[in-house]
Structure formats: C-alpha cells, structure tokens
Design a protein around this ligand. Structure first.
Ligand code: SF4
Length: 369
C-alpha cells in the first residue's frame, strides 16, 4: 500500500513529524503535489482548507485529513474526505494505516468519518516518537499550553497540560544539523508546568547543544512575563539569535483581560526594555481587530506599537476567528484609518512587518527570525 503526503508549505513541520512517526512502524509518506493512489494525507489549517477542499473531494484515492482545521471541524471535513485524524497524529495516523491495510474500516479511536468519531483516551508522549527522520524539521521541545488565549487553537488541540521532550532526546536531534531550531508554545517554559519557569532545565539543555542555537525565535516564541534577566542571559550566553520573539497582542489591558492572556501591557513593555538592555532586539507580536476592541483600545495598541518600535521590531496581523477557539464565530472589527497609516509608515521605515489588512497572509509566509 503506497501512502503519500500532499505537499503544503504551511504544513512542512507536520510532514517531518508524521513521516518520522509513520517510519517507526514501517510506513513511508511519499511527497506528492496532487492526490495519488493508494492513500494521500493532508494537513489543513483554517485558511488553506478552502484551497484543498475540492481537490480532496475529487481525489481518485483514499484521502486522510488532519491538522488544526480538521481537528476543530472534523464533522465538516468528514463530508469530503474519507478519514479525519482528530488531534495529534503520531499514534493515530500509523494505526489508521495499519487498520486500512489489514482490511479494516478505519473506525479507530482518534479517527472521524461520516459515520462518527471516537476520541482517543490519551495524549502523545513526545519522547515516544522521533522529532524528525529523513525529512528535516524543527525539534518540538514542548506541547500543550496552560493558558487559554481566546484566539488560539493550541490548547484546544494539545490540551492545557504542558508536556516536554527529554533533554537527551532533544540533543540527539538538534545536534544533527548546523543550526538547532525548536517548536514550543513558549520556549522559556521548557521543563516547567508552563507557568512557573525552570530556567535551570533550559540551561541544562542549551549546555548540551553543540551547534548554532536559535531559541525564543519563531516557531519557539516566548511569553512576555517569562522575559527577565535570568532568561535573557540564557540567550546571550548560549544562543546565536540576537532577537527574541514574544506576543504583546494588544496595548489595552481591557482587551488582554477579555482574551485571558494572563499578562498586562506593562509586562510586555518591561520585557521589551529588558531585551534592549541585554542587547537583544525584541520582536513583538500585536493583533488588531478583536471583536470587543473599541476605538480607544485600538488607539492604545497603536500608541504601544509606536513606542515599542523605537526599541524593537513589531509584527502585526489582523484577528481571525479560528474554529475551535473561544472566539470562533465572531467577526474581526475594522481598522481605523490612523491604525492603517501608522502600520504603513512603520513598515516603510523597516520597523514593522505583518499583514494588518490581510489576515490570511500569515498562514502562507514564515515570519522573519
Ligand atoms: S497564544 Fe500562546 S500562551 Fe496563549 S494559549 Fe496560545 S500557545 Fe498558549
């Protein structure tokens, strides 16, 4: 039975992870640019799903879809694909392939079809699977997040309990290439419960890495309240990156509270100032257009962006109500003229990147490090 992986740029790391996981049970996922027999697998996010829906529906082979959109909207996705892998795929996808090869109907835990869905009873232990194999990927060091930001799919897919890959496992993969790059919902939370930092464990990890280290840059950004002198010294002492990427998201404490972000505007400003003091350029994320954002809230965000652009780089995008999140089903509010003008001016000056007037671009472009 030949199994293919539909190449989708935004899902490159999912390919690396699932190719490695399938490899542990003898399956190889061949990269393809269109569906091919016997089986073609897709990873869909909520923007690119529209691009692939017709292709999947018209495929002349068995199709399997997973990823954040398929997880959040499995009932809908099951109307046009044969099997939906809901949630984590490392265990479920190889198990589904084995079931299909042995003549089963694919109705195993973790897989949804038009007939229904039975959830899995446990989550994946990262150390049980390689970070990647032949297909190079970032090393995922942590999964899950104890926070519940209203716009974010991460805790909905991976749960609120942080899980970590063991240090020796990370080192084995990270030292294979000249540059070590990681995936984490908050790199400074490595080894911790996600709320109380364990910088000693991060230092233990970084000490064992032998090549260039990029830590706290996309896709292993950090949270602002984890930025302190101790965490910054880990970057300056061990890492190659001269930037640190974290989310401020709004210049309004009222908005941050409604998002359940768990930090304040002052926390983000303090983090940026600490970075600058340590000789590190902060790269700070902001989101415009939350449905409850008032004109005054948006003006406060613009003011914060202007201030912070003097000491760091700003990355902005427009709010998208992703399915499965607490803010699913809401609508982004519009941008004020002054907001668009400020973003344009700062972008022209090289201080700001992102897509403040096209929310979908961020799903197709990788952010700068
Ligand atoms: S935005 Fe970050 S901190 Fe908030 S829930 Fe998502 S992963 Fe966690």
């Amino acid at each position: 039975m030949r199994v293919n992986w539909r190449e989708i740029p935004a899902a490159r790391n999912s390919y690396a992870v699932l190719e490695a996981a399938c490899g542990t049970t003898g399956w190889h996922l061949d990269p393809v640019t269109e569906p091919e027999a016997d089986i073609t697998c897709y990873s869909l996010n909520s923007i690119n799903e529209r691009r692939y829906r017709e292709e999947i529906a018209g495929a002349g082979c068995i199709t399997i879809a997973g990823g954040p959109h398929a997880t959040a909207c499995w009932r809908e996705v099951a109307t046009y694909t044969d099997y939906v892998v809901v949630g984590e795929g490392e265990y479920t996808l190889p198990a589904l392939l084995a079931n299909l090869e042995s003549g089963g109907n694919g109705m195993i835990p973790g897989v949804a079809t038009r007939e229904g869905y039975t959830p899995v009873k446990s989550s994946v232990r990262l150390d049980a699977y390689p970070a990647f194999s032949e297909v190079k990927g970032y090393v995922e060091i942590s999964r899950g997040c104890p926070f519940a930001c209203g716009y974010c799919q991460t805790p909905q897919i991976f749960g609120h309990c942080m899980r970590h890959r063991m240090i020796d496992e990370i080192v084995q993969f990270a030292n294979r290439y000249g540059q070590a790059r990681f995936v984490s919902p908050n790199a400074f939370a490595y080894g911790s419960d996600g709320i109380h930092p364990r910088f000693d464990k991060i230092e233990h990890l970084l000490r064992k890495l032998t090549h260039e280290i990029f830590f706290g840059t996309f896709p292993s950004e950090v949270r602002p309240e984890f930025v302190c002198e101790e965490s910054l010294s880990l970057i300056t002492d061990y890492c190659t990156n001269t930037k640190l990427h974290f989310g401020a998201q709004s210049g309004s404490d009222a908005v941050l509270e409604q998002l359940h972000r768990g930090h304040t505007v002052a926390d983000a400003i303090r983090a940026a100032e600490l970075c600058a003091g340590a000789g590190i350029t902060p790269v700070i994320d902001f989101i415009f257009g939350f449905p409850f954002e008032t004109d005054a809230d948006q003006e406060a965000t613009v003011a914060a962006i202007k201030d912070l652009s003097h000491i760091g780089k700003i990355h902005v995008h427009q709010f998208i109500p992703l399915p499965g999140t607490p803010l699913a089903g809401t609508r982004a509010r519009s941008l004020l003229y002054a907001t668009e003008k400020t973003c344009g001016d700062l972008a022209l000056g090289g201080k700001l990147t992102g897509a403040w007037n096209d929310p979908e671009i961020r799903f197709f472009r990788r952010r700068s490090q």
